[in-house]
Design a protein around this ligand. Structure first.
Ligand SMILES: C[S@@+](CC[C@H](N)C(=O)[O-])C[C@H]1O[C@@H](n2cnc3c(N)ncnc32)[C@H](O)[C@@H]1O
Length: 219
């Protein structure tokens, strides 16, 4: 189902969205309804992030894929053809949206369930009803005012160690395992290692599979 028509975010506005979200190199940015891919391209090229876009319209999806290939950004940008309601968002550090308030309202339970603590959600022009923005900025561009809402997911997820001895080949996953003590949250571990939250979340998923972690307790 097409939830929203294609209206691109002006370059100046999208840059400000990514700036306000504090996108850092190596972080994972999801654009829900990525249109012609402009947010993905800026996130990857200008902010050195990994970008994932979801687009339901086939013509726009194809346009995005071609643009990404022409710019040689295939290793940093992934485009998914489908509905954002069907895509797992759990590895996002930042989510960008230019949808509608009614769609944001329907997305809200999915965002609250899947996104980790510390994930930033930045929405162009339309609020997420019931959430309090940490920043609400007004930007005048292309003859009108654009609102930018920045939200931060407030949640503490603590991985619980099983104590089981496992063989961990990957050095980064092994480092993460060394910091899992049932007290530190995913964000605490990411801060200690100086890496994006998404990297720790992926490592914890591997450790859950290996049986070194039994659960992710949400406080
Ligand atoms: C207002 S445009 C924003 C495009 C881009 N994010 C930007 O800011 O420039 C919204 C986009 O969402 C897409 N869209 C609408 N419903 C969707 C759905 N359920 N899943 C994925 N994409 C969808 C539309 O095709 C359109 O390209």
């Amino acid at each position: 189902m097409y939830e929203v028509p294609f209206v691109p975010t002006p370059e100046v506005v999208l840059r400000r969205m990514l700036q306000l979200a504090g996108v850092k190199p190596g972080e994972v940015v999801y654009d829900l309804g990525c249109g012609d891919g402009r947010i993905l391209i800026s996130a990857a090229r200008d902010f050195k992030a990994y970008a994932v876009g979801v687009e339901i319209r086939q013509d726009l999806y194809k346009q995005c894929v071609e643009k990404v290939r022409d710019l040689g950004l295939e290793d940093r940008v992934t485009v998914i053809h489908g509905s954002f309601f069907d895509v797992d968002l759990s590895e996002a550090d930042v989510v960008t949206m230019y949808l509608l308030t009614s769609v944001n309202e329907r997305l809200k339970p999915k965002l609250e369930k899947e996104l980790s603590g510390g994930t930033r959600v930045v929405s162009h022009d339309f609020e997420v009803p019931g959430w309090r923005p940490v920043i609400l900025e007004d930007l005048y561009e292309e003859w009108r005012s654009h609102k930018i809402y920045l939200y931060v997911i407030r949640k503490r997820e603590v991985p619980v160690p099983t104590g089981k001895a496992v063989y961990v080949e990957d050095p980064f996953t092994s480092k993460v395992l060394g910091l899992i003590d049932g007290k530190r949250s995913l964000v605490d571990i990411a801060d200690e290692l100086g890496v994006p939250n998404s990297a720790v979340k992926r490592a914890v998923k591997r450790l859950l599979k290996l049986g070194a972690v039994s659960d992710l307790v949400v406080e």
